[in-house]
Design a protein around this ligand. Structure first.
Ligand code: ZN
Length: 153
């Protein structure tokens, strides 16, 4: 037999009873997720959910930065000088600041209890992403070489 306790939704003030051992439930009136920690009720996302959310958008943004860099690299290596100067500037800017921005904005989940996540090492990650961007340059170079040989044939 579990003990029941009364809880009050902080959002809509609806009162209802839950098991004393419950740590998470839905408000029976407004449907909000309620978290119960040491008898304190909070609504909204947990730290882990927030971390996962920011990780997702960080990955998306990083992918877009890498994609823009790759496209610029390919355009610079394959097209006429007139167009490529513009893309050269963007390519250089993204090539230099892209890895820095990605490394700096990587979400830190190390303050979440029991998550097993470690604090990201910004410098090592920066070097890692720099390497990825160098690889993008190599890919762009390969693509342009293939395009060039196809055009000549
Ligand atoms: Zn409610």
């Amino acid at each position: 037999m579990t003990n029941k306790t009364t809880t009050k939704c902080p959002d809509c003030n609806y009162e209802f009873s839950i098991d004393e051992s419950t740590t998470q439930c839905f408000c029976q009136k407004c449907g909000k997720v309620l978290r119960i920690e040491n008898e304190v009720i909070t609504t909204g996302l947990s730290k882990m959910e927030k971390y996962n959310k920011s990780l997702k958008s960080w990955k998306k943004t990083s992918f877009v930065i890498a994609l823009i860099t790759l496209i610029c690299d390919i355009v610079v290596l394959t097209s006429d000088i007139d167009i490529s100067v513009f893309f050269l500037f963007i390519g250089i800017a993204f090539g230099i600041f892209g890895p820095v921005a990605i490394a700096i904005t990587e979400p830190d989940g190390s303050n979440i209890k029991n998550s097993g996540l470690r604090k990201p090492n910004r410098v090592i990650n920066w070097l890692k992403y720099l390497l990825v961007f160098l690889l993008l340059g190599v890919i762009a170079f390969s693509v342009s070489t293939i395009t060039y040989s196809i055009n000549r044939a």
